[in-house]
Ligand binder design. Structure first.
Ligand code: NDP
Length: 296
């Protein structure tokens, strides 16, 4: 029987996950489909029951449903990382139950380590943002043991909450909150080795840069979790489209990547959970890159 997978979120039309997973299914000759489902937060509970009854094999979950879903599932149906983060981005059907996982953490870690080749030990990291992506990135970073992790966010209360949560779970790492203003982040950047942008700035056309670009020095490693899905993120001179932050960082000689690798690796981890086999990473990467070029 054809296995059924998908991604739910609101909105969902921009998601690159269907292209990525359908390409993987096709390349491996798997009898399966992957579809986008637009689900509003208030619809999540009945949708969840329906998915269970219909026996849908697995789902990805995106903004704004990840945290709500973690609250809806019972603790015993949450993988330890999803439980700690309070956010689910992958559901796996197991013996008639939907089990929640969070593959964003591993997606971020692999992108940082394998794609950017960044070893954060003895490094000072400035993390911008305090939402779901920032929490996953912060968790992955804290496990890797940086010298210091500085958190800055538009709403200071959210930064403080993230910092308190991190300190509780990873007491060995030095966690500090930095004001989000341009001057304060520029000051922190002068002493930082790694910058992670996990705000949604850069997603919409016309968004401001999250930091003063002139504060980015050439030793800096920049990881923008935003991926180039909008037409405004066009690549110049035939280069692959990327985000404005990555372009600015590279212009200053810094090593920088956007969120495409994280998207790819979190998808690869979901694939592994669903199929218990190695995902065809190259096929998935090519499919996503093709879709981005087509969008741009
Ligand atoms: P959330 O809504 O949970 O968090 C959004 C964050 O961005 C908050 O910290 C918010 O600050 C901040 N923010 C929003 N608007 C502004 C603004 N105008 N100025 C400054 N800060 C702002 O979203 P997520 O954490 O889930 O997603 C964040 C980004 O990460 C998105 O672009 C998303 O596409 C991307 N992402 C990429 C993934 C990948 O695989 N590459 C995976 C997951 C997400 P405040 O607290 O003040 O509201």
């Amino acid at each position: 029987m054809t296995r059924v997978f998908g991604v739910m979120g609101f909105p969902i039309s921009h998601s690159l996950s269907p292209v990525m997973h359908n390409a993987a299914f096709q390349a491996l000759g798997l009898d399966a489909i992957y579809a986008p489902f637009e689900v509003m937060p208030r619809q999540l509970s009945p949708v969840l029951q329906g998915l269970q009854v219909m026996g849908v094999d697995g789902l990805n979950v995106t903004v704004p449903l990840k945290e709500r879903l973690a609250r809806l599932l019972s603790r015993t149906d949450l993988d330890p990382i999803a439980l700690t983060l309070g956010a689910v981005n992958t559901l796996v059907q197991r013996d008639g139950r939907l089990v929640g996982y969070n593959t964003d953490v591993e997606g971020f870690r692999r992108a940082l380590v394998e794609e950017m080749r960044c070893d954060v030990r003895k490094k000072r990291v400035l993390l911008l943002g305090a939402g779901g992506a920032a929490r996953a990135a912060a968790w992955a970073l804290a496990q890797l043991g940086p010298e210091a992790l500085w958190v800055a966010n538009r709403t200071a209360m959210h930064a403080n909450r993230l910092a308190r949560w991190l300190r509780r779970h990873t007491p060995r790492v030095t966690i500090e909150v930095v004001p989000f203003g341009r001057r304060s982040t520029a000051k922190a950047l002068a002493q930082a080795d790694v910058l992670v942008n996990a705000t949604s700035l850069g997603l919409r056309p016309g968004d401001a840069l999250p930091v003063d670009p002139s504060a980015m020095h050439k030793r800096l490693m920049v990881f923008d979790v935003v991926y180039p899905v909008r037409p405004s993120l066009q690549g110049a001179g035939g280069r692959a489209p990327t985000t404005a932050l990555v372009r600015q960082a590279r212009r200053r000689g810094a090593c920088a990547i956007d969120g495409l690798a994280m998207l790819l690796y979190q998808g690869a981890e979901s694939f592994r959970l669903w199929w218990q086999r190695e995902p065809p990473l190259d096929v998935m990467r090519r499919a996503v890159e093709r879709a981005i070029r087509k969008n741009n």
